[in-house]
Design a protein around this ligand. Structure first.
Ligand code: ME8
Length: 632
């Protein structure tokens, strides 16, 4: 956003040296052999000071009252166990149906929310919803021959159904057209105005309706429109921009460079993964012009009128961002939660969340959110997903094709937040068949088969068959157990901590990769010892057979527990088969192979749950399926 506005603000004094985090820092390291310790604290990563060349580009400057920051309210949410946390997805534009990019944002937030619930952390909320105001919606409704409220009603319902179908465990669904939200926006506007953060100014620039933002010349390209006429488009989205000149309310964003910088300096984990943190620091080194935060009502009538000035409509991004407060009952009850908020957002809306939103909050007397988790985009067979290319992937069709859990697993296992990822059918089928159907399902099937476990119980572990060792050099002469077996159980023992570190660092795909590696190792363990060859009539062999199955079921119990945030239905089926009760499925009390350490195992001797069939059915090759679609 770069307004070419009349007038300039005086330059601010030079800021302090700015911090940078090193790239690629990783929070977790494998644990030593057979240790089950408490999680290490997640230490903030070190800084590298960076000089700043400061340039200030002006914003509009007509009626400019002095800026006075209102005092911040003390946060009611302290850190520590039992604290509250709001996790949020972006609210989705109600101009078209959901696609897999939207779903990915929501699944990431859902997995974090579910994971936190399993950790027994304090009360949590997962908010989502629809962004219903603005020119984009106004124009989409006109093009569809309907009214904005009718379009929003339909599309909002579609998003709600898609998220529910995807097992996104949202607790709140905000619609920006709802009266409670509009009231919150009006109050927020009042807080900005009363703090002196707004002024009226003549404003002109290139506006991109698809992105609902003004764009500076550096983010534009020359193209020809459908009639062959030269036009300008957004480099990012390819959508045409239009020159817009009007009188708007301006927000003194430029005055917030230092507060934003200090916020990031003091909170190096505020934006993850690290490349996005670095990107925000770079933005703060560039121009940070004031922001137009209203539009003339004659051009944009579908939005919230500016309080006290019915000729202007509140800028849709200000309106939308306030959803993170209105959901918490702003301006009355938000203090019970805010700023304990973690926002999951796509890279295209990072600036709105990591620069504009924290600045707006500060100007309104509130602290920035605790963390912003950023993800990249999905392409389809190497191409950007777009209506005009006709390659937009419908989540409902994917659920029909791959099942809900299968598709959730694919997106979260293959999606790498730091870089764009490519989608195509064959990739989903291959991954899901190999890791869910064959490796995980096959392991459960083999270790619970009647032929190998006729009593259908969680068999006993024998210390004499799998003796405890203090270091891996001791494994000589230990009978049937090999050094490989000790290494394998050590890696499963360290898995919950590794997974915790990856969830903390917003690297859910890495958590899933570690689990997949352990599942493979467990299959190798099972295969290596060929339990089906053992003679059950020989008491010594029976002990060893039971021990092999016990270890395997212990592994499966750990995998089922850790996979709950990602594949909730399949994990439930797995844990039910292992007779793990609902109150035994939490992560805070997750133990692995306690008998190895001489501790009792509550599952030993327990009757297994009913066999409800194959854990995960192999998917058919693309083209052989029935699809499920739900259209506008
Ligand atoms: O931006 N791959 O809504 P939105 C992955 N209303 N993620 C994608 C994607 C893709 N190909 N395309 C879009 C808005 N997304 C605003 C948000 S919040 C106060 C207001 C992601 O419906 C995108 O990055 O255009 C964003 O996180 C989400 O979908 C919603 O996009």
């Amino acid at each position: 956003m770069s307004p070419c506005a009349s007038g300039r603000l005086p330059p601010l004094p030079a800021p302090p040296a700015r911090p940078r985090r090193p790239h690629g820092a990783c929070a977790t390291a494998p644990l030593p052999l057979l240790h089950w310790p408490a999680p290490p604290p997640h230490l903030p990563r070190p800084f590298r000071a960076a000089p700043l060349s400061r340039r200030l580009c002006g914003g509009a400057a007509m009626l400019r009252p002095p800026l006075s920051l209102p005092p911040r309210r003390a946060a009611a949410t302290a850190a520590g166990p039992g604290r509250r946390l709001l996790l949020s997805t972006p609210i989705f534009y109600a101009n078209g149906p959901p696609h897999i990019g939207h779903l990915y944002s929501a699944l990431l937030a859902d997995a974090l929310h579910r994971y936190r619930g399993l950790c027994g952390a304090g009360p949590g909320r997962l908010s989502t919803g629809t962004d219903e105001h603005g020119l984009k919606i106004q124009q989409a409704a006109a093009a569809a021959g309907t009214s904005p409220p009718e379009l929003c009603e339909r599309v909002s319902g579609l998003f709600r159904r898609a998220l529910a179908r995807a097992a996104v465990s949202f607790t709140d669904f905000t619609r920006t057209s709802a009266p409670a939200h509009q009231r919150a926006v009006r109050h927020f506007w009042g807080a900005l105005r009363d703090g002196g953060a707004l002024y009226k100014g003549a404003y002109e620039g290139w506006y991109c309706t698809a992105e609902e933002t003004f764009l500076p010349p550096g983010q534009l390209a020359e193209r020809r429109d459908a009639r062959g006429q030269p036009c300008k488009v957004s480099l990012e989205s390819g959508h045409q921009v239009h020159w817009t000149k009007e009188e708007n309310y301006m927000f003194r964003l430029s005055a917030f460079r230092d507060p934003l910088w200090k916020w990031l300096q003091n909170n190096p984990r505020a934006i993850a993964p690290d490349p996005f943190y670095q990107q925000v620091l770079r933005w703060l080194e560039e121009d940070l012009p004031d922001l137009s935060v209203s539009r003339e009502r004659s051009r944009l009538h579908w939005g919230i009128p500016v309080p006290g000035d019915s000729t202007q409509t509140v800028y849709v991004w200000v309106d939308a961002l306030v959803n993170y407060l209105s959901v918490l009952g702003y301006p009355e009850t938000h203090g019970e939660w805010w700023p304990a908020a973690h926002h999951v957002v796509g890279k295209d809306i990072l600036k709105f969340h990591a620069v504009y939103w924290p600045a707006l909050l500060m100007a309104a007397g509130l602290p920035p959110p605790e963390r912003i988790f950023v993800h990249s985009h999905w392409t389809v067979r190497g191409q950007k997903m777009s209506k005009s290319l006709g390659n937009v992937i419908d989540p409902f069709a994917c659920f029909g094709q791959y099942t809900v859990d299968g598709f959730r697993y694919f997106l979260l296992r293959q999606g790498v937040p730091e870089r764009d990822c490519d989608y195509y059918d064959e990739k989903v089928v291959k991954l899901v068949n190999s890791e869910l159907a064959d490796a995980l399902g096959g392991l459960l099937n083999r270790s619970t088969a009647r032929s190998i476990n006729p009593s259908n119980t969680y068999p006993c572990f024998s210390e004499s068959c799998f003796p405890k060792i203090l270091d891996s050099g001791e494994t000589e002469g230990m009978g049937r157990v090999s050094a490989k077996d000790y290494e394998f159980v050590a890696s499963v023992a360290s898995l919950p901590l590794q997974v915790a570190g990856y969830f903390e660092g917003f690297q859910i795909y890495k958590a899933l990769e570690c689990i997949a590696v352990c599942v493979r190792q467990t299959n190798s363990f099972f295969q290596r010892h060929r339990p089906w060859k053992l003679n059950r009539k020989d008491p010594a062999e029976q002990l060893w057979l039971d021990t092999i199955i016990h270890v395997t079921l212990e592994c499966l119990r750990v995998y089922g527990t850790l996979l709950q945030p990602v594949i909730p239905h399949t994990a439930d089926k797995l844990l039910s088969r292992l007779a793990v009760e609902p109150e035994e499925r939490g992560l805070s009390s997750l133990t692995f192979l306690p008998r190895y350490n001489g501790q009792p195992c509550p599952f030993e001797g327990r009757q297994l749950g009913p066999d409800t069939g194959v854990l995960f059915h192999r998917l058919e090759k693309p083209g052989q399926h029935q699809t499920e679609t739900e259209k506008l």
